[in-house]
Design a protein around this ligand. Structure first.
Ligand SMILES: [Zn+2]
Length: 91
């Protein structure tokens, strides 16, 4: 099953045109709580869920835009934003 991603500017394209930017992280460590351990955990520790997760992608072979989508990691299919009404794919 091939990966297709919907760029908010260019539309639906082959996944090979994109660069994966990682999982959407909840928030960066606060400056007053900043330690090398906290930063390492923030950068390298991922949830890697089997199911829907929010991810960052860059359309590297297209418009160059960075955007977030929701993708089901078990099927490689884009899914609607679970926080919206579900009538369209999140771009
Ligand atoms: Zn694009």
């Amino acid at each position: 099953m091939s990966l297709t991603i919907t760029c908010p500017i260019c539309g639906k394209r082959n996944g090979y045109e994109f660069r994966y930017g990682g999982e959407d992280k909840e928030k960066r460590p606060e400056e007053d709580m900043f330690t090398s351990r906290a930063w390492c955990s923030y950068v390298h520790m991922n949830k890697s869920v089997a199911g829907t997760q929010k991810e960052w992608w860059c359309h590297k072979d297209g418009c160059g835009a960075w955007f977030a989508i929701y993708r089901d990691t078990t099927t490689n299919l884009e899914v609607s934003d679970p926080n919206e009404d579900g009538s369209k794919a999140k771009a």
